[in-house]
Design a protein around this ligand. Structure first.
Ligand code: DCP
Ligand code: MG
Length: 339
């Protein structure tokens, strides 16, 4: 008997910023498992472990076909012993026992619920769990003091945990554009984050604001915020990161608005390309760009600038393409940065 077989073997770069990762994923059973373990590690403040699972998940996302056998993974980077064990379990049994037991665990469920509150991170959630608080009901009756963000987060829990749609993102984009037009003519708004990468939903909407004349953007943020406030759009704001916005147009009898998280960043035009690149993500793609810059090019990349440590100077850029070129990387468009 003679069988003719074709088996796909993969060759993939170890840096996510050298790969083209679109939103379609031929191995979602595997990436879901690895992503859940990454999330669980992050929720337990095990950052190293979290990154390892994220990198393994991202590698599997980048594969062009479905993996059916462990032998196809031989020689691939980013797959540690633990990740390989999880993958093997899923390939052989359809599910990973570690993932299943994590999902069922009281601690994981509680961490998910509690960190789902805007303003609550893994450390706070852990402290509450140690005090016997596992859900919102118990939190409400616990007498815990909540800060302003957390109070607001608890109040709008359901709204803020409902994914934001592209249509909602577009509607908010029009509001933000109107706000910047009203306070400083010529200002520009760019959509960044997941929606720029082509995602259809997100946990928030990210915008970058600039003005073509350097310096004009100074003081712009408080003006934009004041305008949004005056129009009744603002529900809660935090100056460093993370604000959320609603279109508040309430009638006496029923709520016809919902709370949505919006991230606004103002950047001077000289830093705009770096800010666009830095805020478009994905988070892992950004991490990998910085790792590539540091380890392979002796450069430091941030969402403000690129510094060449060898030449001891900043490298100017007006487009993302130029930054990729400085880094010696092939240009990857936003839709292929979904690592
Ligand atoms: N970002 C980053 N590191 C962080 C936070 C943000 O590099 N610690 C960058 C990359 C992100 C982008 O900012 O992609 C936007 O942050 P979000 O958390 O909003 O991420 P996304 O927009 O990608 O995801 P979502 O669709 O869930 O909003
Ligand atoms: Mg986002």
């Amino acid at each position: 008997h003679r069988h003719k077989l074709q088996v796909a073997l993969f060759s993939v770069s170890s840096y996510a910023c050298q790969r083209r990762t679109t939103l379609d994923n031929h191995n979602s059973n595997l990436t879901d498992a690895l992503s859940l373990l990454a999330e669980n590690a992050e929720l337990n403040n095990e950052d190293g472990r979290g990154v390892a699972f994220r990198r393994a998940a991202a590698l599997m996302k980048a594969l062009p076909t479905q993996v059916i056998s462990m032998s196809q993974l031989r020689g691939l980077p980013c797959l540690g012993e633990h990740s390989l064990r999880v993958i093997k379990d899923v390939l052989e049994n359809g599910v990973s026992s570690e993932v299943e037991s994590t999902k069922q665990s009281k601690r994981y469920k509680a961490l998910k619920i509690l960190t789902g509150i805007f303003g609550v991170g893994a450390k706070t959630a852990d402290r509450w769990i140690r005090e016997g608080i596992y859900n919102l009901e118990q939190l409400r009756h616990s007498g815990q003091t909540l800060n302003r963000a957390q109070k607001s987060g608890l109040e709008h829990y359901d709204d803020l945990n409902e994914p934001v749609t592209k249509a909602e993102a577009d509607a908010i984009g029009e509001i933000v554009q109107k706000a910047v037009d009203s306070v400083l003519t010529g200002s520009q708004v760019a959509l960044t984050g997941g929606f720029r990468r082509g995602k259809l939903t997100g946990h928030d909407v990210d915008f970058l604001i600039t003005h073509p004349e350097e310096g004009k953007e100074v003081g712009l943020m408080p003006k934009v915020v004041a305008w949004l406030e005056s129009q009744g759009f603002l529900l809660y704001q935090k100056t460093t990161r993370n604000s959320y916005l609603e279109s508040k147009d309430e009638t006496a009898s029923h709520k016809i608005w919902r709370a949505v998280r919006v991230d606004l960043v103002v950047s001077p035009i000289s830093q705009f390309a770096f800010a666009v690149l830095g805020w478009t993500g994905s988070k892992l793609f950004e991490r990998e760009l910085r790792r590539w810059a540091g380890h392979e090019k002796n450069m430091s990349l941030s969402s403000h600038a690129l510094f060449d440590n060898t030449q001891n100077k900043y490298l100017r850029a007006t487009s993302e393409e130029e930054i990729f070129a400085y880094l010696g990387l092939e240009y990857i468009p936003p839709s292929e940065r979904n690592a």
